[in-house]
Design a protein around this ligand. Structure first.
Ligand code: FES
Length: 124
């Protein structure tokens, strides 16, 4: 059986920032080609800073914990700082993921980056 860190269990059981931002400035959606799970990130930007970050994830527990952690780590960051966030950093912040669940961490930062790119493409 896979072993999860306390942080993963906590973010899975009490995910932060779940939901949708109705008037989001950017939306990023990615699918995991390995398992077919989906993750969508919504961002609200003010003065180049991520004022709000929310997500909806149709995926496994690890993917939900990853989304929750990405949203927490990204909030309050500048767009450039958020673009530097990597999947490895997220997995590390969660105290690691079991090897067979590392692919679940691949969606988090990618969905966030896509939302930022979506915002930038609107040329606001
Ligand atoms: S099994 Fe699909 S994201 Fe984890």
């Amino acid at each position: 059986m896979a072993f999860y860190s306390e942080k993963v269990m906590d973010h899975f059981a009490n995910p932060r920032n779940v939901g949708e931002i109705k008037d989001a400035d950017g939306i990023g959606e990615v699918g995991n080609p390995i398992c077919g799970d989906m993750m969508t990130f919504y961002i609200k930007v003010k003065d180049n800073i991520l004022e709000d970050v929310k997500f909806k994830t149709f995926g496994c527990g690890a993917a939900i914990a990853v989304s929750s952690m990405v949203a927490e780590m990204a909030k309050g960051k500048t767009l450039d700082e958020a673009m530097q966030l990597t999947n490895a950093q997220v997995a590390e912040a969660l105290g690691g993921l079991p090897p067979n669940k590392m692919h679940c961490s691949n969606l988090g930062a990618a969905a966030l980056h896509k939302a930022i790119e979506n915002y930038k493409s609107k040329g606001k």
